[in-house]
Ligand binder design. Structure first.
Ligand code: NAP
Length: 279
């Protein structure tokens, strides 16, 4: 009898999921490295999550990416949660281990830093305060990563102030909460600016905080990548700031999962970017 090794499957779960660029990315890498495997988008309702996570490994799945609205709830369904995923309170990468255990990790923070290191190699995170706009799931990953790379002070501002206060109490004394309407006046000495809000995304209002007082030496990063060139990045560049778009974070956060599932560390380069942008 011939032994037929199983073709490994991975995918992304969320709802809705049709907009996700992850299948294009992972299937590009699978082809590029000649790996027999498939990566599939799956629209799974919250109520079906536990059953889906029980069944998918039996169907040949080796892991998953997780997106809105499941990033927080999968933590409770996992057997092993990395420290960083627990601190952030959300996971974006699951590994179905051979012993049946589900391992949950969050690679958004490392993807965020890898994007800045690749596209702004001169970035000096320790050289001054960071200003983070937003206090949702992505902000938690960004704040954890900024603390890890040694940013001396993090100013956090959010439309709903209570969510920024919650980050302050979870992440500690390096964080200062700034009122959203005051945020434009706290930019003159910052070294790093990150937009983690949905503002500027296709279908959402534009990022509306004035950059008139923004330090021209600051590095400005927008997590929004639809469109790639947001108004925030355009206005920051007009002030002389170095800017980095959000697509690289999407690519870099995907790499560790791909490596764990398929045994190959994928490269994030221009070809990868062009493929995901549909060029
Ligand atoms: P989330 O948890 O839903 O948080 C959304 C954030 O946007 C909150 O801070 C929210 O403020 C703010 N916001 C939404 N509408 C606003 C408005 N009209 N005015 C002011 N603030 C507004 O979502 P998330 O997961 O953190 O994601 C946030 C953004 O980051 C999204 O655009 C997402 O696509 C992007 N992202 C990108 C990557 C990447 O790889 N590049 C990774 C993760 C996320 P309130 O608290 O006041 O509602």
């Amino acid at each position: 009898m011939t032994d037929h090794p199983r073709i490994p499957l991975a995918g992304v779960i969320g709802s809705p999921i049709a907009h996700s660029r992850s299948p294009i990315l992972h299937n590009y890498w699978l082809k590029r490295y000649g790996i027999k495997g498939h990566y599939i988008p799956m629209d799974i309702a919250q109520a079906d999550m536990a059953e889906a996570l029980r069944m998918l490994p039996k169907l040949g799945f080796v892991g998953l990416n997780v997106t809105i609205p499941h990033k927080e709830s999968v933590i409770a369904l996992a057997d092993i949660v990395t420290d960083r995923a627990a601190l952030i309170g959300a996971a974006n990468t699951l590994i179905f281990r051979s012993d049946g255990k589900i391992h949950a990790d969050n690679t958004d923070g490392s993807g965020f830093v890898a994007n800045l290191r690749q596209n702004a190699p001169d970035w000096q995170p320790k050289s001054g305060p960071a200003m983070v706009f937003g206090a949702g799931g992505a902000a938690r990953a960004v704040v954890a990563a900024l603390i890890e790379v040694g940013v001396p002070e993090i100013r956090i501002t959010n439309r709903t102030r209570a969510r920024a206060e919650a980050l302050r109490s979870d992440f500690g004394a390096k964080l200062t909460v700034v009122d959203w309407v005051q945020s434009a006046h706290c930019l003159d000495d910052v070294a790093t600016v990150v937009n983690t809000t949905a503002l500027g995304m296709v279908g959402k209002p534009e990022f509306n905080v004035s950059l008139a007082e923004l330090n021209p030496a600051a590095l400005v990063n927008d997590l929004v990548y639809t469109p790639i060139q947001t108004e925030l990045l355009t206005h920051a560049a007009e002030r002389g700031c170095q800017t980095v778009d959000g697509l690289g974070m999407l690519l870099h956060q995907a790499a560790p999962g791909f490596e764990r599932w398929f045994g190959q560390r994928p490269e994030v380069d221009e070809d990868t970017r062009d493929t995901v942008m549909g060029l």
